[in-house]
Design a protein around this ligand. Structure first.
Ligand SMILES: Cc1cc2nc3c(=O)[nH]c(=O)nc-3n(C[C@H](O)[C@H](O)[C@H](O)COP(=O)(O)O)c2cc1C
Length: 306
């Protein structure tokens, strides 16, 4: 599965992945649920991103919010807009989201979950999944929540085994993933720090999970999906890597030109992808790409990359 990544996995980037590496499942970026009683639970702009699939690949619509009524109402609206698969974000660690009862903050007040989870299950006709951290500050908290998820018909879990307070520090501890696998009959998708095919293979074999979700590793190298399926070399040589990267960024630059407005925005959005590229052997060309101030300068730097 391709991970939901707010600011990155927009429709155009998802289309690139669908065309070139075809993940089995894709997610929307998180969709904020409005809790103000008078407002629409999902904004009109967000509603436009909702569908059951994109390019024939199942599209999971991810909701982030709190409060039973607001979440139930948002799930209803999402389904009216065509959603067939709904995911609840119980992992986001940032800002007001993590600090309140929303996203990862839901794990800070687990007593509220006994209300929210059955209510969502009741209104979601298709698949209902949860994307979750290992715990708020205790990496074993997830184990205590499994009975609630199982008894309320959750279809699958996506586990990012860091705590909420940990944010992105340290490493994802897939030992937790293995413990969760031993204790639940729910399908578990492992997520976190899968940067190369060997990482993914290790997590699959050690934990026995049903599948993997790829985030930052796939943004840096979309072919990670193909490498994991054995359809491309695990580790490409430097020339091959440069060529792949050049073609990826060139195509994204073109499709972002259609989705976003004006050179500055297009350039900034492409640079958000480049922020996830860390290969030391590409340091020089990446620096040139980051320094480009116009689309034209960026294209020149791209020509030098390939
Ligand atoms: C820029 C950014 C945006 C993210 N946005 C979301 C989001 O909208 N919903 C969500 O559930 N997780 C979000 N995440 C978390 C990722 O989906 C994923 O769980 C996390 O990055 C760990 O996986 P990785 O190591 O493969 O990147 C985001 C992460 C990053 C870095």
């Amino acid at each position: 599965m391709l991970a939901p990544m707010q600011g990155l996995t927009n429709r155009a980037l998802r289309a690139y992945f669908i065309e070139h590496v075809r993940p089995d499942v894709i997610f929307t970026e998180f969709i904020r649920v409005n809790t103000a009683p008078a407002g629409m639970s999902i904004t009109a702009a967000d509603q436009q991103d909702i569908a059951a699939e994109q390019g024939g690949v199942p599209l999971v619509v991810q909701l982030v919010g709190h409060g039973r009524e607001a979440l139930v109402s948002a799930a209803r609206v999402a389904q009216k807009c065509g959603a067939a698969h709904i995911n609840l974000n119980m992992g986001c660690p940032y800002g007001r989201i993590g600090g309140s009862q929303t996203g990862g903050g839901m794990l800070r007040y687990p007593e509220g979950l006994a209300e929210v989870i059955p209510a969502l299950r009741e209104v979601i006709a298709g698949s209902f999944s949860i994307k979750i951290r290992a715990g708020y500050d205790d990496p074993d908290q997830i184990l205590s929540l499994l009975p609630l998820f199982e008894s309320n018909g959750v279809d699958f879990l996506v586990l990012h085994p860091r705590t909420v307070v940990q944010k992105y520090d340290g490493v994802a501890d897939h030992g937790v993933t293995t413990r969760v696998m031993r204790e639940t009959r729910l399908p578990v998708i492992a997520n976190g720090d899968i940067r190369c095919a060997a990482d993914g293979e290790r997590v699959l074999s050690e934990s026995g999970v049903a599948g993997l979700m790829l985030g930052r590793g796939a943004i840096a190298d979309p072919s990670l999906f193909l490498r994991l399926r054995g359809l491309k070399k695990h580790n490409p040589g430097p020339a091959e890597r440069r060529e792949e990267l050049g073609r990826y960024l060139e195509e994204i630059l073109t499709s972002y030109g259609r989705l976003f407005c004006g050179d500055t925005q297009v350039l900034n959005k492409v640079k958000e992808i480049i922020a996830y590229l860390e290969e030391p052997e590409l340091a020089k060309p990446l620096k040139e790409l980051r320094r480009a101030r116009t689309v034209r300068a960026f294209k020149t730097a791209l020509d030098e990359l390939c």
